[in-house]
Design a protein around this ligand. Structure first.
Ligand code: KG4
Length: 336
């Protein structure tokens, strides 16, 4: 089954063709980062306009790269939630038009379910159930992936997402947008014990997380240093920050995995590219005898292939939509 998949939830327009949920025939991503960098963050209105400009050509390119024509397609899948509402609407409306015009089924896909499915592309042997740490610019959650389409959030952030925290701190340091990648690279030469930063605990909800305290403490530390004219040891600050984020995430994923007893742990989303988090998870899983699945770096950030992959399983479960499909800025992952 060949699925054309469209993703436009944030600042990447993406189109891909995926065969039978696991084989990526093409994966085209048009990043808007250069445009948003000028503003230090994503400007929703600009994101929507850029998606409109890019989506048709990108879908055509995905077909060309896959070596297919429109008549070879069997369905159209699209991210319909969550995301910047104007941005998601562009993809949804394009997909609705494409599905109606080609006479194909339309498959709505939850963006975070797509991130989780990126692991199926990298690891053909991976099958649910497993526990997945979903960490991106908008989401930080530990998800119980019971089957390909039955999921439940076991714990999540009470405030900022981990990626958002990386981005805000990096912006104040002036080291680029989005900030996770540059912070990760800086951290490689740093001493992760040099700066003391908080790890939050949500009383009575052991699997929940909070990053606003870490963000505020980091911003205060940076501003204090600036006011005193002290030079911050940037690599060590980045390393201390990365360690604080990792130590907020990794023990909770391990606790969730113990609770569920699945023996398999996966990671998903843009922050899953972080080398400290990957290394800490590898060490923790090796120590606990759990199998760890990490998506290939190119499938960590937003892309269409992951939507095509999850779309296949949603289709098998009978989850298709009509022309009245709407887009949602927020939506629980358990609802599909
Ligand atoms: O999944 P994604 O591309 O978009 C969302 O769905 O949000 O994730 C983007 C986030 C940004 O916050 C970015 O700073 C972060 O992923 N990120 C990283 C790394 N690479 C990207 N965070 C930490 N370390 C990285 N290496």
């Amino acid at each position: 089954m060949n699925i054309l998949a469209i993703e436009s939830s944030c600042d990447e327009t993406a189109a891909a063709v995926v065969r039978d949920g696991r084989t990526v025939l093409s994966n085209c991503v048009n990043s808007q980062i250069e445009m948003h960098t000028i503003y230090g963050g994503v400007v929703p209105e600009i994101a929507s306009r850029k998606h409109i400009e890019a989506v048709t050509a990108l879908a055509d390119q995905a077909l060309v790269d896959a070596g297919l024509t429109r008549s070879d397609l069997d369905a159209v899948a699209v991210t319909y939630a969550p995301g910047l509402i104007g941005a998601v609407l562009v993809g949804v409306n394009f997909a609705k038009g494409a599905a109606a015009g080609l006479g194909l089924p339309l498959i709505p896909v939850h963006h975070v379910r797509g991130h989780i499915a990126a692991n199926y592309i990298t690891h053909p042997e991976l099958k649910p159930p497993f526990v997945c740490l979903c960490v991106s610019g908008g989401t930080t959650a530990i998800v119980d992936v019971r089957s390909y389409t039955e999921m439940e959030v076991l714990g999540s952030t009470r405030d900022d997402a981990a990626g958002e925290c990386f981005d805000k701190v990096a912006r104040v340091l002036g080291i680029g947008y989005p900030g996770g990648g540059p912070m990760d690279r800086l951290a490689k030469d740093g001493d992760d014990t040099k700066y003391e930063l908080p790890r939050a605990h949500v009383q009575g909800h052991d699997l929940d997380m909070s990053f606003s305290g870490l963000k505020t403490a980091s911003l205060n530390l940076i501003h204090n240093a600036q006011q005193k004219g002290e030079e911050l040891d940037l690599p060590s600050f980045a390393a201390s920050f990365g360690r604080a984020v990792s130590e907020s995430l990794v023990p909770r994923v391990m606790a969730a995995a113990r609770q569920k007893g699945y023996g398999q742990v996966a990671v998903a989303g843009g922050v899953a590219a972080n080398s400290r988090i990957r290394a800490d998870l590898q060490a923790a899983c090796a120590q606990s005898g759990l199998k760890l699945f990490l998506p290939e770096l190119k499938y960590c950030g937003d892309n269409g292939a992951m939507i095509g992959c999850q779309g296949y399983y949603e289709y098998l479960a009978g989850h298709t939509a009509g022309p009245d499909l709407n887009a949602y800025a927020t939506r629980d992952i358990s609802l599909g």
